[in-house]
Design a protein around this ligand. Sequence first.
Ligand code: F6P
Length: 319
Amino acid sequence: MKKIGVLTSGGDAPGMNAAIRAVVRKAIYHSMDVYGIKYGYQGLIDGHIEEMEIGSVGDIIQRGGTQLYSARCNEFKTDAGQEKALAQLKKHGIEGLIVIGGDGSFRGAQKLADKGFPCIGVPGTIDNDIAGTDFTIGFDTALNTIIDAIDKIRDTATSHERTYVIEVMGRNAGDLALWAGLADGAESILIPEAPDEFDNVLERLKRGHARGKKHSIIILAEGVGSGIEYGQRIEEATNLETRVTVLGHIQRGGSPTAADRVLASRLGAKAVDLLRNGQSGKMVGIQNNQLVEHNITDVVAERNEINHDMYKLANELSI
Ligand code: F6P
């Protein structure tokens, strides 16, 4: 394989640039040509394709966002859209594609693989919701952004003796909330994977208050529901003055942590190796600090499970 393409798709994640850099440099190291496809699958359909050089990815390893831009593309979900994409790849002589993104992006890659075009997926999303990998690119940075925000909110929560509900991202997954809650000693964590916890949260709040506790932090994963509504329900049920912070897209930005840069570099380079070895329809991942590969069809069919021991521990430590 002599010419490959790379694109980023779906929600951007810190570390995507480090992954792009790894793909480009690893491919050039092996004397391949690399093409950057801008604006995800939409850019592929529309032909936003440019050759990348060693210098194209200089000075980006430390930057958040994605130099190749990203998009969510409905047209690519149709057969006609996929055929247009294949025609563009053929026109540029591209023989294999690396897709950096989440499960929606992988479904798209699988469509091309099913049509005989070699594709490899690299997991990039802050949500950490992809089966077959312990971590996705961007999760660690987003987690640290959340921790930084909670630490600040804790200062004012303590000063005013208030209860705070902090809504974090994660789509339908609770990993960001769970890890942030454990790392920040939150009083309660509400995640989609443990749907019946609300009454326990109220109980814990009342118990803590009766014991003299003056402030509390509750981390709510967005997949559970609206932080504003949960804040109102908590205030009504407990009579404790409650405030809500929805952290929003701040969680997706910022310079990637060392862990995300290293992960992205390893996964991006591994993806190039898979294409060189003639593989397709695979996702690269990391499990027990070892690089692994899985069929994309298996990865998207499976629900990524949270670590239930961690959830139990977080509850035990916030009695
Ligand atoms: O998948 C990443 C993510 O940030 C989710 O956590 C969130 O639900 C979603 O994307 C938000 O998407 P958008 O930026 O399109 O509003």
